[in-house]
Design a protein around this ligand. Structure first.
Ligand code: ZN
Length: 272
């Protein structure tokens, strides 16, 4: 089976379509796992929600999804993000809002069973341990300590996340930077973090927990403007990172027409 792993689509339909085309070009896709922030920043929130729903994606919520539906206050957002969140709020259909509000903060998934269960609480719910025990992957936007908000950038955050991880592997988004975190007592910090390059494959280990971030589809932040995603091949037992060029200008033109902040439009060209 082949699972496409996407995160931080951010209402950038051109990027999402390019990524899914790229994934399907290599063979049929059996499922999509989405790590949150499907909307916010970009010009086509409803279209992106529809595309993922049609495909039956297993998804968790991101901070921008919650802000767009009004469930979360935008006071913690910077000015441009808040402007985009309010714009998104005004351009979501009722049905989109219900879908986004219904997304869990944490989900467990295995390729064979798809979505097993979700937790809504801000903190990871330990009562779901039994549910998690059968699953291979935990899906969360930020970290298992603070699912919607925490960036998994530091060793401290990585350790806090790994301590709470009950499945062998986990998938996170939020930073928009493709990353591998491997747990190991031999590492100075108890784990090590690696940047993932285009085409790099990560074999799933049997002897340690790992965390993978597939990067951002709709707003990359590692200096490479190409959309990022990963795919999990169960036969190869490996997750591979991909970068895909897409029509950035098409998205920027739509953002301009929508009156979205200039800085958000420009950053797509540079991947920052
Ligand atoms: Zn994001």
């Amino acid at each position: 089976m082949r699972i496409a792993i996407v995160s931080d689509v951010h209402a950038n339909l051109a990027a999402l379509e390019a990524v899914l085309r790229h994934a399907e070009a290599a063979g049929p896709i059996d499922g999509i796992w989405c790590l949150g922030d499907t909307v916010g920043y970009g010009p086509q929130p409803s279209e992106c929600v529809a595309r993922l729903r049609e495909a039956g994606a297993t998804a968790v919520a991101g901070n921008h999804d919650r802000a767009a539906t009004g469930q979360m206050d935008v006071e913690d957002f910077n000015a441009d993000a808040a402007t985009a969140a309010l714009w998104t709020h005004d351009h979501l259909a009722e049905d989109d809002t219900a879908y986004l509000d219904g997304l869990p903060e944490v989900a467990y998934a295995s390729p064979e069973t798809g979505l097993n269960a979700g937790a809504r609480g801000r903190q990871h719910d330990p009562s779901l341990k039994a549910v998690a025990s059968g699953a291979e992957f935990t899906l969360v936007h930020g970290t298992l300590r603070w699912p919607l908000w925490e960036y998994l950038y530091s060793y401290e955050a990585a350790r806090a996340h790994l301590e709470r991880q009950e499945t062998p592997f986990s998938l996170v988004g939020h930073t928009h930077v493709p990353t591998l975190v491997a747990e190991g007592a031999e590492y100075e910090h108890g784990c090590e973090m690696y940047y993932l390059e285009d085409g790099q494959s990560v074999p799933l280990p049997d002897d340690r927990k790992i965390v993978l971030n597939p990067g951002g589809v709709g707003q990359p932040r590692d200096g490479d403007p190409r959309a990022a995603y990963a795919h999990y091949d169960t036969d190869a037992r490996a997750v591979t990172l991909h970068r895909v060029g897409y029509d950035i200008t098409a998205t920027q033109v739509l953002m301009e027409a929508a009156g979205l902040p200039r800085r958000l439009i420009d950053r797509l060209s540079v991947g920052r």
